[in-house]
Design a protein around this ligand. Structure first.
Ligand SMILES: Cc1cc2nc3c(=O)[nH]c(=O)nc-3n(C[C@H](O)[C@H](O)[C@H](O)COP(=O)(O)OP(=O)(O)OC[C@H]3O[C@@H](n4cnc5c(N)ncnc54)[C@H](O)[C@@H]3O)c2cc1C
Length: 345
């Protein structure tokens, strides 16, 4: 009989992130499909009561918490100690956690300490005939594998964005506190601050509805024999500002910087979509000035509705990679789109 533990950490403001609710959805799905199983919630943070209350209506039999100032920040030693203590208090066999950067670096170590196994980048979990199976993608999202394990404890890191978030309602949860005695050595590392790009410079937005992809065409000579990089920059940033879309790029465009050519300064390899880049999940995608070659479009695997603007009617997008291809000048199209967006804001 499985005891499924949802292991989550709170955010700085004490709330639960969407990724935690997604992992809870996966844990609750397993619990529902496994007769006789138990669901336990384990929360870590400075104070976890508000987070526990926000999901009080979920079908958990128990809420456990490790709290205090020592557990407010992401730190391997204290997070691992807290996870281990909650695991023991819950007597869990299967531990489901959101694969946030905080948990992703801690859980494999905890699994090792406890003689368990861990699966990372899990995108699906199900149970049938008393057997749990999880899904994950291999070889840059080209092959999907489903696997089961007999080893317990089994730690499952659920990729953010891969599940629907659990919508169980709020209430009042009774949280049982679990004591963790930390040594001074475990508190040696201190987070002195967080540095992140300004909101406007942060162009990668995993939660955005739309992925806007820029290709090398934006920096190529146009019909007048000239390049128009400053104009391209204005059009792209204008569109992003108006739509809050996430910015993706082809490899060719982000590589140009290294080759000494004119580039768009707000792009880095982190924006690259494709075989050697990212495979994001957005409802819609719009590609501009990109040829749509296979190594690029393989990164669009999880984009549901795809459109592209390219001058080339024989580009990859025209060969079944896009739902709609506009054979047009992206400079002219985006100019009109931005004008139209400006009248709506
Ligand atoms: C092992 C390997 C791994 C790779 N991994 C990746 C990867 O992860 N991601 C990736 O993106 N690529 C990857 N590539 C490279 C990939 O094969 C392509 O070379 C790359 O995607 C091409 O980028 P592009 O379409 O932006 O540029 P180009 O091929 O130069 O295409 C530019 C396009 O812009 C169009 N254009 C120009 N001006 C305009 C305009 N005004 N309006 C509209 N359209 C215009 C042109 O018609 C052209 O179709 C990989 C390649 C290899 C060999």
């Amino acid at each position: 009989m499985e005891t499924i533990l949802l292991l989550a950490h709170t955010e700085i403001d004490g709330s639960l992130a969407k990724s935690a609710r997604e992992a809870l959805h996966a844990a609750a799905t397993l619990h529902k499909s496994l007769a006789g199983s138990k669901l336990v919630i384990g929360l870590i943070g400075e104070n976890v009561q508000a987070a526990a209350n926000s999901i009080a209506a979920c079908p958990a039999t128990k809420h456990l918490g490790v709290t205090g100032a020592d557990f407010s920040q992401s730190r391997y030693a204290t997070d691992a100690a807290a996870a281990e203590a909650i695991f023991k208090a819950a007597q869990a066999t299967v531990i489901v956690a959101p694969a946030t950067s905080r948990w992703a670096r801690v859980l494999p170590g905890v699994a090792q300490r406890l003689g368990g196994r861990v699966d990372t980048h899990v995108t699906g979990a199900a149970a049938a005939d008393g057997k749990i199976s999880v899904n994950r993608w291999y070889y840059k999202q080209r092959m999907e594998g489903a696997l089961t394990r007999t080893q317990r404890p089994w730690f499952i890191g659920v990729d953010p964005g891969s599940q629907t978030a659990c919508d169980c309602g709020a209430g009042t949860a009774e949280v049982e506190m679990v004591a963790v005695n930390l040594t001074e050595a475990q508190k040696r590392t201190t987070v002195v601050g967080l540095r992140e790009p300004k909101a406007d410079a942060q162009t990668i937005r995993p939660d955005a509805q739309l992925l806007f992809v820029t290709g090398a065409g934006w920096t190529k000579k146009q019909a007048d024999g000239q390049t128009h990089v400053p104009e391209a920059e204005k059009l792209i940033l204008g569109f992003l500002k108006a739509t809050r879309a996430s910015l993706g790029s082809s490899k060719s465009l982000v590589d140009l910087g290294g080759e000494g050519q004119a580039v768009l300064p707000f792009l880095s390899h982190l924006n690259q979509i494709g075989q050697t880049g990212a495979t994001p999940r957005h409802a819609k995608g719009l590609s501009t000035c990109c040829h749509g070659e296979e190594p690029h479009t393989v990164g669009w695997r999880f984009i549901n509705e795809r459109r592209a603007i390219s001058l080339d009617p024989n580009c990859g997008w025209a060969r079944g990679k896009a739902d709609v291809l506009y054979v047009a000048d992206a400079f002219a199209v985006m100019q009109k789109v931005n004008e139209s967006l400006a009248t709506k804001t």
